[in-house]
Design a protein around this ligand. Structure first.
Ligand code: UDP
Length: 250
């Protein structure tokens, strides 16, 4: 039933989302914002309509992944910008999957952006704004106790499977999945499940034919057309004229 959760106090405000407690112990509400940041907060702005679009795209992709056997925190879309999710202890890692060299990888290894990688690359960054989310490897993660070896195996298996599923689905919408960032969390039972968002904020999406950018790089690099690109991704995935889950259900 829609809206069956009472929104209680705000627990946390991040760069792109707020998280609220609810009257159910194991359910949180995330609220997507239009605020955008880049370069670890150095650049700030607003992408009009982003909250609605990222909420819808994330929920659409989370449901798609659930159907294909990936456990996620998604429970129910509650409004244009709000979604009920399972309460988790977040594993403090950004799990980055790359098919094509771009962004920080292109800079780090001196590759031309757009260079196809011979095989998929998995990277981990430790989530810590003060440290600038440093790149870490499995040894750091286990030594620091951020995740166990068994949990990392589960996380990496999910990350590669998610890459295959998303790449295929996006390709059918004319979108090439260049790279993306995932976050995982632990349930009370110690199960690892997919959390956070999957949106043009957290993925690089290029048009298959023209290779034009359809993601946050338009904002990061002041290229213009950000709002239109986010809307384009939503419409290619959810259909033109899509008005939201609840509108469709009514
Ligand atoms: N990414 C993200 N949040 C971050 C850093 C990266 O969602 O804090 C995503 C980013 O959108 C891209 C992928 O992870 O799809 C790889 O990003 P990269 O390491 O190239 O960093 P960037 O160039 O964005 O600084």
């Amino acid at each position: 039933m829609s809206g069956n959760y009472k929104k209680l106090e705000q627990l946390y405000e991040g760069k792109a989302k707020k998280v609220f407690k609810t009257d159910r112990d194991n359910v949180y509400i995330v609220e997507y914002k239009d605020d955008a940041t880049a370069g670890n907060g150095a650049k700030k702005g607003i992408i009009a309509g982003k909250g609605v679009i990222n909420n819808r795209i994330t929920n659409y992709l989370m449901r798609l992944l659930e159907t294909d056997g990936i456990p996620t925190h998604f429970i129910e879309e509650l409004s244009d910008t709000e979604t009920a999710v399972r309460r988790l202890a977040i594993v403090p890692l950004e799990v980055i999957v790359r098919n094509i060299a771009a962004g920080s990888l292109a800079v780090r290894l001196g590759l031309a952006e757009g260079t196809k990688l011979r095989s998929t690359v998995l990277e981990y960054c430790y989530k810590d704004d003060a440290l600038g989310d440093p790149l870490v490897n499995e040894y750091h993660i286990i030594a620091m106790g951020w995740a166990s070896a068994a949990e990392l195996k589960t996380i990496s298996n999910y990350a590669f499977t998610i890459n295959r599923l998303l790449s295929k689905h996006l390709e059918s919408a004319g979108i090439e999945l260049i790279d993306f960032k995932l976050e995982f969390g632990r349930t009370d039972d110690g199960e690892i499940i997919l959390a956070d968002e999957i949106s043009p904020d957290t993925c690089r999406f290029w048009d298959v034919k023209t290779r034009e950018k359809l993601d946050k790089d338009l904002f990061r690099r002041d290229l213009g057309g950000v709002e239109a690109a986010y809307r384009e991704v939503m419409e290619r995935l959810l259909g033109r004229g899509y008005r939201g889950d609840r509108a469709a259900a009514q």
